[in-house]
Design a protein around this ligand. Sequence first.
Ligand SMILES: [Zn+2]
Length: 455
Amino acid sequence: MTDGSPVSRHVERFDLVFRGRNIMTTAGVIACEVGVRDGVIVAIEPLGAGLAGKKLMVLKDDETLIPGLVDTHVHVNEPGRTEWEGFTSATRAAAAGGVTTIIDMPLNSIPATVNVEALALKRSVAADQIFVDVGFWGGAIPGNKHDLRPLYDEGVFGFKCFLLHSGVDEFPHLDADEMEEDLAELKSFDSLMIVHAEDSRAIDRAPAAAGDQYKKFLSSRPRGAENIAVAEVIERARFTGARAHILHLSSSDALPMIATAKRDGVRITVETCPHYLTLLAEEIPNGATAFKCCPPIREASNRELLWQGLIDGTIDCIVSDHSPSTVDLKDVENGDFAVAWGGVSSLQLGLSVVWTEARKRGIGLEQVIQWMSSRPAALARLIRKGQLALGCDADFAVFAPDASYVVDVTKLHHKNPITPYAGRTLSGVVRTTFLRGVQIDGQVPTGRLLRRGEA
Ligand SMILES: [Zn+2]
């Protein structure tokens, strides 16, 4: 991409103009010019129209302008566990990865976002240090049913619950009956419940993870535990008529029942994550706890069925579930899967990771961006995000799909230099990112706090 000088023959009608052969609009990838004013896309004209702006950006022929990604599953961990990740580092990583909007999960920060006071604290901590736009999920835990509506009124995008121990004691899980009660409550104001779907009793009865063997860890988190929990979410959503969303689907066994539920009109959506679509249980070295996440990364055959689920529409979107911890807590030295923190760090890498696998399967970039941008935006009901279209925020990434790079952990903005993708060669380079028409420089934080219904 080159910085052009303003075209003086024309009146400067726009703050920013993009020109290029490959601009991914809602009408497809086309040669066009995009005019931005006050952070909003206000003109899309054929290439050659000569739109004039204070700043002109001309795409190189190997670059595609894509809508900024929307990642609805990020654990920022600040305040309280800021040494795991924080708003500055997480949003810098997001911007470097082409992600312009994140929705922060309600747990792993202290306090957890389970009431209005905790939300206010998070907002005040985040306010002056974000490089992309940030919204928040609320949490549904035992005993906070009366906090759900006030949190909704304060702008959370929906509520997360667990059906088994969450990994942190301050965020206890619901049983299926409690989840149903909360679903009924959320139905009364048409909000969304997003669920970590692994069944507590099934996990308790599975063989325990012990030591450095990935195989043992995998058998401690069987597909059956996910399948039972997904079935509970589907049926409780069916009983209540509420909207429910399955987080980080790993078990492909659950796809047929999800497809059936969707056909029946149950209001259910599903996400999966880059790691389930790319990494393989068979290839995870013993002791490699960077790969530990819950639910776990499964076998090659499972991975292929997840891709199939995306292609046939059973799975709606791909989001990172970026859930870092310190290197210490990842137990990198001993490599014990039983004690290591479960969570994969990939916020900065998700687009390249998914694109690398997608193109091998003949899947186009537009489809990938739909899964990673417009669909997550729709999930959170973000109306001005996720699309390069008139009236939308001018959130873009300049992406070079045929360029490649080797993942170097020292170049990641994640606070802790640990990722299962270290040393991998990935296709697709994010060259620069724009938020509401302003290039993100990593120095001046221009991100905004988002509230439901206002973005
Ligand atoms: Zn998560």
